[in-house]
Design a protein around this ligand. Structure first.
Ligand code: GLN
Length: 417
């Protein structure tokens, strides 16, 4: 409560001092003086467009996914389905997701009861958190965390508890996770591969986390949307770990794997009982969405072309990562080389930066290069990574080269605090 008195005729944000939207926005650091502001991703993309900057901020590829998939979707729009998909998703896609997860991650899930198609992984996250987190329950995440994790915990009335991770490996210490768990803890949210750091959680770490949550009666939600973008090591789906079967849910999606982030086709998988509970919520969020996109993915996922795309994309992104890392080093910075994902994180403290949120705006305006402050994915004060910036490399070689050319040119000015 901030003590604001209701004013007749005032905008809702002036009167609803305790409204759910307010705590949701606040939890993601988006409650401005004049009301709620858009996510950091949308804000920085807007600023990049305004200043003609190379946008290495919001994580989306600058080239669309494989032709064969795009054609299947176009055909599906023309011949249908264009009416509501079933609430749990197109049966052919559920089947394809179950097969894909068995083939790639060694997890066996019944497509009829253990796989639910969602409107992007984001809806799967929201449905899970809203299904299981009661007001006052605690939810543990690793900091930095994805903004929607914090926002949905707040929307549910939960208390967000953080375990900070440190450079260069950015892996959580299970002992610190154990310390963070109390009798009120309902859920642990794990994100591997991790946004923004690119950390890939090894199997032993996941085993420790699963054993810990089992012994303390805590559910786990594993956000694995970068599962196919691993350049060093290998992705382990948390649900493939012994003991996770009946306590863990996983979300993933087609957006990153097939470079179609705007399609918003994701999937939630887990024990039938927990998926059913999440469904009780999900069917009142979107009910269902994108039937033609679902049909197209259901047909594409089992194909050799899909496998070739995943392998080729991995090579391209690895090269793009190396190109970005090299460019940042040439400009005089010392980025952490990520094992996975879309992003490189780099500490700007050696350039005299204490708050990368300010630096991100300055870089956009003065250098024409846009990134995301890692502090936007931390507690409201920016946590221990306040001076760190995230830069996306899911972009063309030309875009990355141009960004690095601009950065090298502006570096002397940016360095002067
Ligand atoms: N997942 C994307 C990122 O981290 C952003 C998605 C969004 O804009 N909501 O950049």
């Amino acid at each position: 409560m901030d003590g604001t008195q209701p004013t007749p005729g005032a905008a809702p944000h002036d009167v609803d001092v305790d409204a759910p939207w307010r705590r949701t926005a606040a939890a993601a650091g988006l409650l401005g003086d004049a009301g709620p502001v858009p996510t950091v991703f949308e804000t920085m993309t807007g600023l990049a467009v305004e200043h003609g900057a190379v946008n290495l901020g919001q994580g989306f590829p600058d080239a669309d996914g494989p032709d064969a998939l795009l054609r299947l979707a176009a055909d599906a729009v023309l011949v249908g389905p264009n009416q509501y998909a079933p609430g749990t998703g197109d049966p052919a896609l559920r089947q394809a997701v179950a097969e894909h997860r068995r083939r790639h991650w060694g997890v066996t899930e019944d497509p009829a009861t253990q796989v639910m198609i969602t409107t992007g992984a984001t809806e799967g996250i929201a449905a899970t958190v809203l299904a299981f987190v009661r007001p006052g329950d605690e939810v543990v995440t690793v900091e930095p965390f994805y903004d929607s994790h914090a926002a949905t915990i707040a929307l549910a009335g939960g208390r967000h508890v953080n375990v900070p991770v440190e450079a260069p490996d950015f892996l959580p210490d299970p002992a610190r996770v154990a310390d963070a768990i109390t009798d009120r803890t309902r859920l642990l949210i794990v994100n591997t591969p991790h946004n923004p750091t690119g950390a890939v959680y090894p199997r032993e770490l996941l085993e420790e986390l699963v054993a810990l949550c089992r012994s303390r009666g805590v559910l786990i939600l594993a956000d694995e949307v970068y599962d196919h973008l691993v350049y060093e090591g290998e992705h382990v789906s948390l649900r493939s770990v012994a003991g996770a079967e009946d306590i863990a849910l996983t979300v993933s999606s087609a957006g990153k794997a097939f470079a179609v982030t705007g399609w918003k086709v994701g999937w939630l998988t887990g024990p039938a009982e927990l998926v059913g509970a999440a469904r009780a919520v999900k069917q009142f969020l979107t009910y269902s969405s994108g039937p033609a996109f679902q049909r197209a993915l259901g047909a594409y996922l089992p194909t050799d072309d899909a496998e070739r795309h995943l392998a080729g994309q991995r090579e391209r992104y690895r090269d793009a990562r190396d190109r970005l890392v090299a460019g940042l080093r040439e400009a005089g910075l010392d980025p952490v080389v990520p094992a996975a994902g879309y992003f490189v994180v780099v500490d700007l403290a050696p350039w005299g930066v204490t708050d990368a949120a300010e630096a991100a705006v300055r870089w956009t305006r003065e250098a024409g290069v846009t990134g995301i402050p890692v502090g936007a994915l931390c507690r409201p004060d920016g946590g221990h990574l306040r001076s760190w910036l995230r830069l996306a490399f899911c972009k063309s070689p030309d875009a990355i080269d141009e960004a690095m050319r601009r950065l090298a040119e502006a570096a002397p000015r940016l360095r002067a605090a």
